[in-house]
Design a protein around this ligand. Structure first.
Ligand code: M6R
Length: 611
């Protein structure tokens, strides 16, 4: 999704802007651009469609000490040079913008009457004309931005520069994340701290409504009432090590293989001898969990699939659990029962729908809010009562892998904490908890075993590369695992993949079965195995080709119509984590055969900060 970098310094900032944009490439984008105030006090604007490397190629002769840069992921207006940011007005002001301006049509009509020419189809262009308009009426840059944002409906993270005040960078935020990075006689803005790794470790997070006036040696922040405010200075723990490929061909492959370490780190400090600890959920976790009678979980995409698996655990443990997609939750009425804990799950912590759902939930009478997140600096973390981090490490591949499995592990720990209140005094663990805890301790090794299936999966992937459609089947907690497997395949290989609860086959999708529709199934050795086997027979009887990841003791064997890959026997509670691994590997290797852009699949963004 769109990325912002800006800088004001006493040196040429072009290398910093380009490097920052490259560091944001993983978020997904289709065009890039920058504008600096040059040594003649003129705005120099460069934009190009495609990769940041193309932009770099047209910036060789440019230099400047104040500027803004942007990677754009098209929302209003197709990917094209004229729609790329920054947008400028009268060659006086340049703006980069993340978010969406909902009243852009009204403002555009007004500005056309005022004589502003429009050169793009974007909603952003109205912002820069509005700032320019106020400056033409005599306002300074800060006042003009302050006045303009009051006239905007929608979401924005803004970076603004003007040749009239060449040593000034203005930042404004409402609904889209924006940070200020603090340097030594130079300061920066970015939508994501990873853009600033080489130049700044100290940073401040702008809150909604904040506007910042930034020079090379000062930062002043004003809140939405206009009052000067201080924001806490934080220290970033991000490092370059996390962003290196380290010998892997793709970030996705690296991240699949990092799951052993990611899960080890997610469990670290969270397990007692035979129990799950509660303090890692926050100082007030015990008190909040004591009040919790039921759970509502909201998330999007892969994070939603993790929530859907967890529902089976919560309800198995006697805790009512409702799971919903954030974009649906936001637009309907709710009946909230007393004692309901509102849980959000998000890798990035910046997904707009999830964030908006949380804000809405706070007005609806939930007992408390808990966020499961991978990014400490994120908006969702700051807005929640309790937070537990999935220590997955930075996830760069757009297709979520290690974030998903660490979310699962974290959700299982949460379910166990709440289960204690169902079985006793809420403080004492029992033999079942002790058994799950021991299984969690061995999980990293079991993941290693699952990763060892990779060679067989490479052979299997050849059966998919020329197909256009696939079906994924699972039952119980493995139905959402099938959904997640289908999501992975479609997003990186562009093969149409649908997932069904296997019992639903005969209610419709069986009509699709033929030899061109490979059917993938996950078959752990649980209480639904025999039912699943019957469902697989329904596929075989109609000439379907089956690819099954099955427990080694399931009794399922390969034959002409069926390829079975045997998975080492695993405890039922952690089986969903293990069965995820071969599905990730299958998607990766199919995509590799198809030659797609695996880490940055077409049309997708890593962090979805628009509605
Ligand atoms: O950062 P989040 O977990 O909130 O992101 C939610 C989805 O956008 C994300 O999981 C998406 O579905 C992934 N690309 C799937 O691999």
């Amino acid at each position: 999704m769109c990325g912002i970098v800006g800088a004001v310094a006493n040196r040429d900032i072009i290398p910093t802007l380009i490097d920052g944009l490259k560091r944001l490439e993983y978020r997904g984008y289709d065009s890039a651009g920058l504008a600096v105030v040059d040594s003649h006090n003129e705005l120099d604007l460069r934009r190009s469609v495609g990769r940041v490397a193309s932009l770099e190629g047209i910036c060789e002769s440019v230099s400047g000490m104040t500027g803004v840069a942007h990677t754009r992921w098209a929302t209003h207006g197709r990917p094209a040079e004229n729609n790329a940011h920054p947008h400028t007005s009268s060659s006086q002001v340049a703006v980069v913008h993340n978010g969406i301006i909902e009243n852009h049509n009204e403002l555009r009509a007004l500005q056309k009457e005022q004589g502003f020419p429009f050169s793009s189809e974007t909603d952003t262009e109205v912002i820069v004309h509005q700032i320019d308009w106020h400056m033409q009426k005599g306002m300074g840059l800060l006042e003009a931005v302050k006045t303009t944002v009051k006239e905007l409906d929608g979401a924005y993270g803004l970076g603004v520069v003007s040749k009239q005040e060449p040593d000034l960078l203005i930042a404004a935020r409402s609904g889209s994340p924006l940070l200020i990075g603090l340097g030594d006689s130079e300061n920066f803005i970015a939508s994501d701290m990873s853009a600033l790794i080489p130049v700044s470790q100290k940073y401040m997070v702008l809150e909604d409504g904040d506007i910042a006036k930034i020079t090379s040696d000062s930062v002043e922040i004003f809140d939405q009432t206009g009052a000067a405010v201080e924001r806490e200075v934080l220290i970033s723990t991000l490092s370059d090590e996390e962003t290196e490929l380290g010998g892997f061909s793709h970030y996705m492959k690296k991240e699949i293989h990092e799951q052993t370490r990611a899960i080890t780190e997610t469990l670290e400090g969270r397990l007692g001898a035979d129990s799950v600890l509660e303090l890692p959920f926050g100082d007030s976790a015990r008190e909040i969990f004591d009040k919790t009678k039921e759970i509502k979980i909201i998330a999007c995409g892969t994070s939603y699939n993790a929530a859907s698996v967890a529902r089976y655990w919560f309800e198995e443990f006697g805790i009512k659990c409702d799971v919903e997609i954030a974009s649906e939750y936001r637009y309907r009425k709710h009946v909230v029962n007393e004692g309901t804990l509102f849980v959000t799950i998000s890798q990035s912590g910046e997904t707009l729908d999830t964030m908006a759902a949380l804000e809405m939930a706070k007005t609806l009478g939930y007992t408390n809010t808990l966020c499961i997140c991978n990014v400490p600096e994120s908006s969702l973390v700051r807005a929640s009562d309790l937070t537990i981090f999935t220590h997955a490490g930075r996830e760069i591949g757009v297709a979520s892998t290690k974030a998903f499995t660490t979310q699962l592990v974290t959700l299982l720990m949460l379910a166990i904490c709440l289960r204690r209140r169902r079985i006793g005094d809420g403080r004492t663990s029992d033999s079942m908890e002790a058994e799950i805890v021991q299984e969690l301790r061995t999980l990293p090794q079991q993941i290693e075993n699952a990763l060892d299936l990779e060679d067989d999966i490479i052979a299997m992937s050849k059966h998919f590369a020329d197909k256009h459609h696939t079906l994924f089947l699972g039952r119980g907690a493995h139905y959402p695992i099938a959904v997640e497997g289908a999501l992975k395949l479609k997003e990186i290989s562009y093969i149409h993949a649908e997932a069904y609860a296997a019992g639903e086959l005969k209610h419709g999708p069986l009509a699709l079965i033929d030899e061109d529709m490979p059917v993938v199934a996950v078959a752990p050795n649980d209480e639904l195995l025999e039912k699943l086997k019957s469902n697989l027979e329904e596929v075989r009887a109609r000439g379907g080709k089956l690819y099954v990841f099955a427990d080694a003791n399931s009794g399922l064997e390969s034959d002409d119509e069926t390829m079975v890959l045997k998975v080492a026997p695993v405890n039922n509670y952690i089986a969903p984590v293990i069965y995820t691994i071969p599905l990730q590997l299958l998607s990766y290797h199919v995509a590799l055969l198809k030659g797609t852009d695996i880490d940055k699949p077409r049309n997708l963004a890593k962090s979805v900060t628009v509605e």
